[in-house]
Write a protein of this length. Structure first.
Length: 352
């Protein structure tokens, strides 16, 4: 009776714990994002170059350049520029892009679904392949699956993402002609009916099979390129934890009781091995959002990453800071979801 009452109280306290965790993270997010704005502003304005000259053109006279610099507030002291940017940011205004002449918030919101779709696809690929490879490597140690997992780990750690992306384009687009090299859809192909902004999801919901296949072909190369580094980390982590779990006494006892191989591995061993892996997944997802800058640029993927890369080239300060802030927000949200997942997977935390 007493144990039942304690279990009931534990289940009642668990939603409160999650609420307090979310509230604490929201409070801690404020100084983190403020630090991101300070660092991004300082780095962006320390890069040599004059955005006013870039806007006016190389043949414009000095009076035109000075006029543009005054129009965009680039002639004011840096602390004044930063304070003005921060005041507008607190009211939900990220400023106006020097390059596109439109709202940075609107540009980021327009490109966010493409980046999320690429990152989520890479995350799914990374988790499924990485966990399965790690499990196979742990179960069949020093055999073919373990050797295959080691190859993936070495490739993920040794091959730079940009170089891998170019190699994949050369192989699958130039020579084999199996997959497209750039974009989200074929040229002049209409996007699916807008529901979430994720083309794979929208085309599936509207039963648009042609667009679904077209989107899948376009996302395979950048998705695999983005996922490989994380796939290597998850494979290594899953293998290490699975090897330790499979040597535990309760696994030996379950095997002695005649529990089937599949149930033993996936129901008993894998569940306890996922706790440290989930933490790695959250960190890798945040890293993928940042790494998407190069991948999106190589594959002409119209997301926040390519927007940030083009902004850096054109010295578009407001767009650079807006992109960095959007990536930081996604990273914070990803880590919050990891903490909640950790609490759901670990019974000891729920019962405290």
């Amino acid at each position: 009776m007493g144990e039942s009452r304690e279990s009931t109280l534990s289940h009642r306290r668990f939603p409160v714990k999650i609420s307090l965790l979310i509230l604490r993270r929201i409070v801690l997010t404020v100084p983190v994002l403020l630090g991101v704005t300070v660092i991004t502003f300082a780095v962006a304005h320390s890069v040599p170059g004059d955005p006013a000259r870039a806007i006016a053109g190389m043949y414009a006279d000095q009076q035109t350049v000075d006029s543009i610099r005054h129009q965009w507030g680039l002639d004011r002291p840096l602390p004044v520029q930063y304070w003005s940017y921060l005041r507008h940011l607190m009211s939900g205004d990220m400023g106006q892009s020097i390059t596109t002449r439109s709202s940075v918030l609107g540009d980021v919101a327009h490109r966010l679904p493409a980046t999320l779709e690429l990152a989520l696809f890479a995350l799914l690929l990374m988790c499924v392949v990485g966990i399965l490879l790690g499990v196979a490597a742990a179960v069949w140690r020093n055999r073919s699956p373990d050797h295959a997992a080691r190859i993936v780990v070495v490739l993920g750690a040794a091959v730079p993402s940009f170089f891998l992306g170019l190699l994949l384009q050369l192989l699958f687009f130039r020579y084999l002609k199996w997959l497209p090299a750039t974009g989200r859809l074929d040229d002049f192909a209409p996007p699916p009916h807008h529901i979430t902004g994720l083309y794979l999801v929208d085309s599936a919901l509207t039963l648009d099979g042609h667009t679904f296949v077209d989107t899948l072909k376009h996302i395979l190369l950048p998705g695999f390129t983005l996922a490989l580094v994380g796939m290597a980390g998850i494979t290594r982590m899953t293998r290490a934890t699975m090897v330790g779990v499979l040597q535990q006494d309760y696994i030996r006892a379950a095997r002695a009781r005649g529990i089937g191989f599949r149930s033993l591995v996936f129901r008993h061993a894998l569940k306890n091995s996922l706790i440290p892996t989930v933490t790695v997944v959250g960190l890798l997802f945040g890293a993928m959002i940042g790494g998407a800058v190069v991948i999106e640029w190589i594959f002409s993927w119209p997301g926040i990453g390519s927007y940030a890369a083009n902004s850096i080239i054109s010295l578009d300060y407001t767009a650079i800071m807006g992109s960095a802030l959007a990536i930081a927000v996604i990273y914070v949200i990803a880590n919050l979801l990891v903490d909640i997942s950790y609490m759901l997977l670990n019974p000891q935390i729920r019962e405290q």
